[in-house]
Design a protein around this ligand. Structure first.
Ligand SMILES: Nc1nc2c(ncn2[C@@H]2O[C@H](COP(=O)(O)OP(=O)(O)O)[C@@H](O)[C@H]2O)c(=O)[nH]1
Ligand SMILES: [Mg+2]
Length: 333
């Protein structure tokens, strides 16, 4: 479920990547693509950690990739490094821009390149298909000939998306725009949202302030945020938005040994959700014992109290797991 970071040179990609993952991308000279994991901030998870005080704490994670490529071959490097990325984060430099028009034109410059890159692939493929028109087409050829000319207008099903996977198209992947604002000009992100319209998910952040924040010892971060008058760091919102952009949710397993958030696609049924922990959990699935997070807290934050209040449910194979549920799987192999 990797997310690739895209943007024009010097837009703040590596700065953002470093803040989110803690991996020092700019110090890794000679590495074209740097990968790192970002923890997804979740107040519910933090509360469960407070309650259970576990030995091990395992929040949900999202993998990000930062590409360090310059020069003529930069685009090829980006294309190759991010071919497997499921989603994209497009960082736009708004901290050196003089006007919203300039920000929009920077944003569109890269978007146009992405569209063009996809169109070239489409055209090559269609040309090849036209040449072999006299030969019998495979079902895949037929599918490509049908879908490729209409790529941008389509809302693709998962199956169709899968059938196009080998092309690594940019424009069919979910994308979140990160407007990297100046220290004095945070509201320019709202202007961007107004200009780009509701179909473009976007978040404003000032990477310079966030980098300063992360350079502080963790005890001092809270004071820094209080001084800014905000509850949490903005990069946390970026990670969360990226996480939901990919249609992921998390469920929790809790105990004194570990509190862990497990990541699954929204709409996953209980046995497949269990397989994320171990294949045996799916193979030998019997039931899922489930307590909703809100109900657990409302009952005072103990399993016994939730059980006594009748909040523990037993669900079977067809149950679709929901975000924030606390689950204990019963299985037998
Ligand atoms: N003033 C200011 N500078 C920034 C901000 N974000 C990044 N920079 C600076 O812009 C330069 C390019 O950043 P970098 O993350 O390396 O960009 P990349 O080429 O997209 O990876 C660095 O000198 C950063 O310190 C910001 O929000 N405000
Ligand atoms: Mg960089």
């Amino acid at each position: 479920m990797e997310i690739g970071i895209l943007g024009l040179p010097q837009s703040g990609k590596s700065t953002l990547f470093e803040i989110m993952t803690g991996v020092r991308s700019r110090e890794m000279h000679g590495e074209t693509c740097v990968r790192g994991l970002a923890s997804v901030p979740d107040a519910r998870f933090d509360r469960l950690v407070q309650i259970f005080k576990p030995v091990k704490v395992s929040p949900a994670k999202v993998p990000f990739s930062d590409v360090n490529a310059v020069g003529e071959k930069a685009w090829d490097a980006v294309r190759q490094s991010l071919s497997g990325a499921e989603g994209l984060l497009h960082v736009v430099d708004a901290f050196t821009a003089a006007s919203i028009a300039e920000i929009m034109s920077r944003y569109r410059k890269l978007e146009d390149e992405l569209i063009l890159a996809d169109l070239m692939i489409v055209e090559n493929r269609l040309e090849r298909l036209a040449k072999m028109a006299k030969k019998p087409m495979t079902p895949q050829d037929v599918f490509h000939a049908h879908v490729l000319p209409r790529l941008r207008e389509l809302s693709l099903s998962d199956e169709e998306r899968h059938g196009l996977r080998s092309f690594s198209f940019w424009t069919i992947r979910p994308e979140l725009v990160v407007v990297n604002t100046g220290e004095e000009n945070l509201s320019v992100a709202d202007d961007f949202v107004r200009e780009a319209g509701p179909s473009v998910p976007a978040i404003g952040i000032c990477c310079a302030i966030e980098a300063e924040l992360m350079a502080l010892p963790s005890e001092e971060r809270k004071e820094f945020l209080d001084a800014l008058g905000v509850q949490e760091a903005a990069f946390g919102r970026v990670i969360r938005a990226a996480f939901s952009l990919l249609g992921r949710i998390s469920y929790f397993t809790v105990g004194e040994d570990e509190v862990k958030a497990w990541v699954i696609p929204a709409g996953t049924k209980a046995p497949k959700a269990a397989a994320v922990i171990h294949n045996d959990f799916e193979r030998g699935f019997i039931k899922a014992e489930i307590i909703g997070y809100e109900e657990f807290i409302a009952c005072g934050g103990t399993n016994a109290a939730a059980k006594a209040a009748g909040k523990l449910r037993l669900e079977g194979k067809e149950y679709v797991v929901r975000d924030g549920e606390m689950i204990n799987f019963r299985f037998n192999v």
